[in-house]
Design a protein around this ligand. Structure first.
Ligand SMILES: Nc1ncnc2c1ncn2[C@@H]1O[C@H](COP(=O)(O)OP(=O)(O)OP(=O)(O)O)[C@@H](O)[C@H]1O
Length: 309
């Protein structure tokens, strides 16, 4: 049981009233809910601990990371607790839902340039902060970019994140790297997020990620996979760019800088944030007006999309 925000959220399920489902993932269901004592709407991610026997480490990491981070573009959990065989993570409710949901529902061909620039700029600010703290997010994607009613953007889901300052044991067990946490060694690992960031840019521009219809690769970290994927993603990008509404040279340059095979040659999140492309970004109110106005409530959209899938 952990308390993670200034306002003490209750850690008893009886203090919450679960409303409709608003999302689901591999091992969790997310509900809109009411925190009864505060009369405040929240989102609760309920993880079935029996289903995630093999990844208790990942869950602990997600909850711990969510409780320690403090940045306006990162999702911060109110509290978490176990109830029977499930873990409840109580978080602020983002009525826009994820960018993936919004695209699937209302923008199947992807977003317009200023929307993409605004979303990506906010995500990049979160990455600058995370990387500065030695964290790698490792799951940057449209499904993990949440938007609230004001157009505020939050990067969510730390289920597979890793901290470069952890002991070697955990890193060894995750089969990613072994070594002392010093920047000269660790910074190429942080740049894994830059790769995913480039793919996310394509996802937001196309409405879906390159090869999103293919089953996930088991050997995610294998250099062969990365190489094949890089070439494919770039071909996909170059051949399809004519179809995009995006004609900006700066978008192409920005994505190309992220999708470089050698992580050391990718820009840092801080450097990338200075890229010209992000000058096309607008305010959060613009986002709210452009992509949230007129959308059905999140639960309704979720239900409709579930029927389609
Ligand atoms: N705080 C929130 N407010 C509104 N919607 C949310 C919130 N948290 C999650 N969601 C919705 O629920 C979906 C699934 O949540 P989440 O990604 O945390 O589950 P997951 O099991 O980790 O998913 P995956 O394994 O696919 O990454 C999100 O894509 C989003 O649409």
């Amino acid at each position: 049981m952990e308390h993670v925000s200034e306002k003490k959220f209750p850690v008893d399920p009886k203090d919450y009233k679960l409303y409709e489902e608003i999302g689901d993932g591999v091992s969790a269901t997310v509900y809109r809910a009411l925190c009864i004592p505060y009369n405040e709407v929240v989102a609760i991610k309920v993880l079935d601990l029996e289903k995630c026997n093999n990844d208790l480490d990942g869950i602990r990491r997600e909850v711990k990371t969510m409780s320690l981070i403090n940045h306006p573009n990162l999702l911060h959990a109110h509290c978490s607790f176990t109830s029977d065989m499930s873990l409840w993570v109580v978080m602020p409710y983002f009525s826009g839902g994820s960018c993936l949901h919004i695209m699937k529902y209302a923008h199947p061909e992807g977003f317009e340039e200023p929307v993409i620039a605004t979303l990506l700029r906010e995500v990049l600010k979160a990455l600058v902060y995370l990387h500065g703290q030695g964290h790698i997010h490792r799951d940057v994607k449209a499904g993990n970019i949440l938007i609230d009613a004001n157009g505020d953007v939050k990067l969510a889901d730390f289920g597979v994140s890793a901290c470069m300052f952890d002991t070697g044991d955990r890193q060894r067990s995750r089969n990613t790297f072994v070594g002392t946490p010093c920047w000269s060694i660790t910074y190429p690992f942080l740049r894994a997020d830059i790769w995913s960031f480039g793919i996310t840019a394509l996802e937001l521009a196309h409405g879906h990620a390159p090869f999103s219809k293919h089953p996930p690769m088991k050997t995610k970290d294998s250099p062969r996979f990365i190489l094949v994927f890089e070439i494919d993603a770039r071909c996909y990008f170059l051949s399809d760019v004519v179809k995009l509404k995006i004609s900006l040279q700066s978008f192409k340059e920005m994505v190309a800088a992220c999708l470089v095979k050698d992580p050391k040659k990718r820009p840092s999140s801080e450097k990338l944030l200075k890229h010209n492309f992000f000058k096309n970004g607008r305010t959060n109110e613009y986002l709210a007006r452009t992509i949230l106005d007129g959308l059905a409530p999140l639960g309704e959209r979720f239900r409709e999309l579930k029927v389609i899938v």
